[in-house]
Design a protein around this ligand. Sequence first.
Ligand SMILES: *Cc1c(COP(=O)(O)O)cnc(C)c1O
Ligand code: SF4
Length: 376
Amino acid sequence: MSDQHWLKLFREGVFNAESLAEHLDMTPGELPDKLNDAIADYPVRINDYFLNLMKEKGDSLALQVVPSAAETEQGVEAHFEDPLAEEADSPVRGLVHRYPDRVLLMVTTQCPIYCRFCTRKRIIGKPGIISTATIEAGIDYIRHHPEIRDVLLSGGDPLMVKDELLERILRSLRAIPHLEVLRIGTRVPGALPQRVTPELCAILKQFHPLYMNIHFNHPDEITPEVAKACALLADAGIPLGSQTVLLKGINDDPEIMKQLMHKLLTIRVKPYYLYQADLIKGTEHFRTTVEKGLEIMDALQGHTTGFAVPKYVIDAPGGGGKVPVSPQTLIGLSPEDAVIKNYEGKTYRYPQPKEPAQDCVEHPSANGNNPTPCER
Ligand SMILES: *Cc1c(COP(=O)(O)O)cnc(C)c1O
Ligand code: SF4
């Protein structure tokens, strides 16, 4: 019964030009050509829950999901279909092995909403890319690589997969002895919270340690339904983290970002990453400067609860992985001292310990007999 509820919400709402026009109060014929082009290249999906919330709350949600003519503009030459060069790090389709000990495994291209700024915009909502065969091949790759200790299920959104298949995937992974940690990266709890059912949680809790990172971009996304979904997940023992993309006109504001982080803590979600927007084709209108990200970090660090502060990262274009970027707090370093700057901009001196002498001098032990060897 509960399954039918979220499936109904998912299938209704906006999913093509006709339904988009209907909800934007125009006829499909009136859609500007460029908007039609944008939808043709990048499908649209705004499920009924998110659509209603968006109508109630306005632009901060609408900008994330309503297609824009700006998407068809080419943008800077350095913008890629695949900005993080994931394809180059994919030994099998749908699996990205970039870091030595962990992999990302895509299990679907479906999502509760299609974010217009998505890093995987090239595949989102498109059929025929991920299948049970590619998932099986990915799991097989993991099975044959004992150095992998952490698997991050991604996509698309892994929680859009039906319960039975998700359980089958998690069970196959848990049977691999060298896997320590399983993780799910998802936007479902914040964008289609009805999908988080007690049945789903009962499945997930069989596979601990299982972590979940949830995509949230704006405080308006945190509704009573979302709080309930996160409570179910947290009560199932799943440590919840958040991932936020820094987006122009949506959350590029220290106060909004602080509100978001505070609200996340109230629903037991611990801020994890704040991402600088990637260089994705058709998303230039969402990018902010790095200075803006640093300004936001400056406004958080020290001004609020330590664990309300996410790590600000740039996913290095071309496949360098996530690189933390932080405001400069170490302003001087010598063998004598470290000079540090606090959140109020005041400077402090931390004296270093004395360096051990270059040449090791034997010294007598306390009883004066046997000399103790030098410690290194
Ligand atoms: C983000 C990411 C991970 C996980 O990175 P953590 O910093 O460990 O959270 C793993 N693989 C790929 C390809 C990723 O993009
Ligand atoms: S939910 Fe995640 S994967 Fe899906 S479109 Fe949004 S950002 Fe991309």
